[in-house]
Design a binder for this molecule. Structure first.
Ligand code: NAG
Ligand code: NAG
Ligand code: NAG
Length: 209
């Protein structure tokens, strides 16, 4: 069954590449084991990656900013963003929804505010009740759990194909995934994103610039 992936890009230079990708079949077989997976540049190992992510996520100054000064502005922005998805029919108030890499859960709060009540986030560090503990390389959910998944941290994944594979696994048939990607061109190319995304059944991209 079809799963829909929508990419919202912050860099217009990437739009061409992704539009190209939707119309040209690319013969890249999906990786089969962890050792085959492309690792994100700049990290030597999974442990080093987790350590770096935890250090950032647990930074008390950043957490204070995320939950105070940033909170209202971010929740408002996410609410508008998701409201557009309601209008486009990609999301409904009954959608069981997951926000991946949600930190303190501003996007989860936004979904709940616009009436998508059955929404939760995951991150390495939990922030209850909005965000549960979970690594997006190994989502702590059964197959076919969600109707809608959102993430703006795809460009932070150590194993991008594992990240996408886990979304495919936990999204039900006919479910929708929206990835908001802001990524530099050279990283985009080095990640072999084209190969990874060719695993997906449907990819649509939009530029939000
Ligand atoms: C979501 O929760 C709000 C507040 O509790 C409630 O008014 C609304 O009916 C709920 N929406 C759905 C779709 O269940
Ligand atoms: C949920 O959405 C449906 C369809 O748009 C609408 O008819 C219904 O009133 C909504 N329910 C709530 C509780 O907002
Ligand atoms: C869940 O999905 C994965 C990947 O598609 C598959 O290998 C696995 O057998 C599935 N598990 C169950 C319990 O269906």
């Amino acid at each position: 069954m079809c799963r829909f992936f929508f990419l919202f890009l912050s860099l217009s230079s990437l739009l061409f590449l992704l539009l190209h990708l939707t119309t040209t079949p690319i013969p890249a077989p999906p990786p089969t084991s962890l050792s085959d997976l492309r690792i994100r540049p700049g990290y030597s190992s999974y442990d080093a990656y987790i350590h770096r992510q935890l250090t950032k996520t647990l930074n008390p100054k950043l957490r204070t900013i995320w939950t105070t000064r940033d909170w209202t502005r971010k929740v408002n922005a996410f609410s508008r963003f998701f409201h557009d998805h309601l209008i486009m029919g990609l999301l409904s108030n009954g959608s069981k929804s997951l926000c991946i890499g949600a930190r303190v859960g501003q996007e989860v709060a936004a979904l709940r505010r616009i009436g998508v009540n059955d929404s939760v986030g995951i991150d390495l560090v939990p922030y209850p009740p909005l965000v549960l503990e979970g690594d997006f390389h190994h989502q702590p959910f059964d197959n076919g759990t969600f109707d809608f998944e959102f993430s703006n941290v795809f460009d932070h994944a150590l194993y991008p194909s594992r990240f996408v594979g886990e979304i495919e696994r936990t999204l039900r048939g006919g479910g929708v995934c929206v990835l908001h990607v802001a990524i530099a061109l050279e990283i985009f190319e080095s990640l072999n994103l084209v190969g990874i995304l060719s695993m997906l059944e449907t990819v649509t991209s939009h530029s939000i610039m």
